[in-house]
Design a protein around this ligand. Structure first.
Ligand code: 5GP
Length: 260
């Protein structure tokens, strides 16, 4: 088998050239980083779970008409996605004060925000992904006004959908990060949702206990990060109850095991 061409290696994922033009293979690693990669570690089985959770969320978003890069899951750690030109902006949606918002503005973590906040961060590791205003985006041409409209309206739709999806499994969606990319058709481009949606880039708190079920367990040395990721997958119905500690239900493998 010929070796695949690696296009990009990020902190939690690797992108390889896909089988057809305009496609990529997104590989999910167990590597975890925090504080602009000053803290590094691994969360056993994270890649497998994030691949599955992201597949689930992107598929459901596709069903409600939020265009995204997901095509299909290929195996435990890989999915086929559309190649996009990533827009260098992280779109953060917040429902509850936490993390950098609490730190920056002195608002208690856990305080419900009067309304949903959308923030923009410039995707630049060397600068530590600084918070930016829409004016910076327009001034430096990182996205057009029309693209900003599309991104913010998609972000609100994703938030509305995910708040309900998580509430149904007793999880409070505190905040999350989205990334978008352009796909080109001749001289015209349109913006679609890209990257991943998983506990790596969302704050997910148990509605009843407030327990953190996301990457903050790693960032804040709380321990139990593997179990937290598994719990989210299990509540979404993606884990077989009798599966091993880091095994995500895989239909093909299941059939093979049963000799079918
Ligand atoms: P904060 O700005 O409070 O650190 O993060 C807000 C939300 O966006 C959190 O859910 C956090 O997980 C997510 N987020 C922000 N920046 C990044 C990033 O660079 N990587 C990941 N995985 N998530 C991020």
């Amino acid at each position: 088998m010929s070796r695949r061409r690696q296009i990009y290696e990020g902190k939690a994922k690797i992108l390889y050239e896909g089988p057809e033009p305009g496609t990529l293979i997104q590989y999910f690693k167990d590597d975890a980083t925090a504080f602009n990669a000053q803290k590094k570690g691994t969360i056993q089985g994270k890649g497998v779970i994030n691949n599955r959770i992201s597949e689930y969320v992107f598929t459901r978003l596709n069903h409600i008409g939020v265009p995204n890069h997901f095509i299909r899951r290929l195996n435990m750690r890989e999915q086929l996605v559309r190649q996009v030109e990533i827009i260098p902006i992280e779109v953060v949606v917040r429902n509850v004060a936490a993390g950098s918002l609490s730190k920056r503005l002195g608002i208690d973590e856990g305080e419900q925000l009067p309304h949903t906040l959308i923030e923009y961060y410039f995707k630049d590791d060397a600068l530590g992904d600084p918070l930016i205003a829409e004016e910076h985006i327009a001034c430096f041409g990182w996205a057009s006004n029309e693209e900003m409209q599309d991104m913010s309206s998609m972000a609100i739709r994703v938030n509305d959908f995910m708040c309900g999806m998580f509430a149904a499994i007793d999880i409070r969606l505190v905040d999350f990060k989205l990334e978008f990319g352009r796909i080109w058709d001749g001289d015209y481009s349109r913006v679609i949702l890209a990257d991943e949606i998983s506990p790596d880039g969302c704050r997910l708190w148990d509605i009843n206990t407030g327990e953190k079920l996301d990457k903050d367990r790693f960032r804040r040395d709380l321990g139990g990060e593997e179990e937290a990721y598994q719990e989210v997958a299990r509540r979404l119905g993606l884990l077989q109850d009798d599966a091993g500690p880091s095994e995500v239900f895989d239909l093909a493998k299941h059939r093979k095991r049963r000799g079918k």
